[in-house]
Design a protein around this ligand. Sequence first.
Ligand code: ATP
Length: 247
Amino acid sequence: PSITRGVTKEISTVSWDDIGGLKDLKKELQKAVEWPIKRAAAFDRLGIPPVRGVLLHGPPGCSKTTLAKAAAHAAQASFFSLSGAELYSKYVGEGEALLRRTFQKARLASPSIIFFDEADAIAPKRTGPGGNSSGNVTVGERLLSTLLTEMDGLELATVLYVPPPDVEGRYEILRIHTRKMKLGEDVDLWKIAECTELFTGADLEGLCREAGMAALREDLSASLIRNTHFQAARSSLRPSLTKAVVD
Ligand code: ATP
């Protein structure tokens, strides 16, 4: 079988400017991912070991995938993605095979970034001091051991938390997602940012879209999206986050 079966390479077009907020985090990712690839010769010359893995964690919809794509774009690296949950659900042995194929293809297309979504699906479950008491090797353990072999160990993983957006972040996200929209002069994005606490980036993207739909529902020949449309969208949508996640 072809080594590329089921593996898709993407050329990412997302740039750092497409991500609102998270200024410090973007800098960290530039240092951890973009520099070692773009300045490989300098890292080599000085003997600085490049970071091989970065673990992004945080609530869903807050741009982990988008950050990985922006890092790939900035570093001009090929982008591959894998989902832990998907690998886990495959037939015996197929998950490991896909994992190995993806690394093989990524090496050929190097420099590459492999985005591994929902990694927790293959993380070892906490079973107490005795570990896995049945003695059987579980699907998750086999996948994890394949992953570690392919990655040559994970010792150098940088761990970065991707937090939900604060008011400034929400304002920037709203600006990004209304870039191509025709907005009325009465639309105040800062005020919308203030009344969208607990909204994720994905929620805010949905809000902008919903405001556009509200304008269209009102008048099919509308040429502007106005404040009332944002208000209507705001009252019809609930945020994904809860206070407990944010605190
Ligand atoms: P999941 O864990 O559910 O995969 P995620 O953290 O990987 O979520 P993304 O898939 O990157 O989140 O984000 C979902 C969508 O929300 C993206 O398409 C993006 O357009 C938008 N989005 C999220 N955060 C931001 C942000 N900070 N700036 C601009 N857009 C954002």
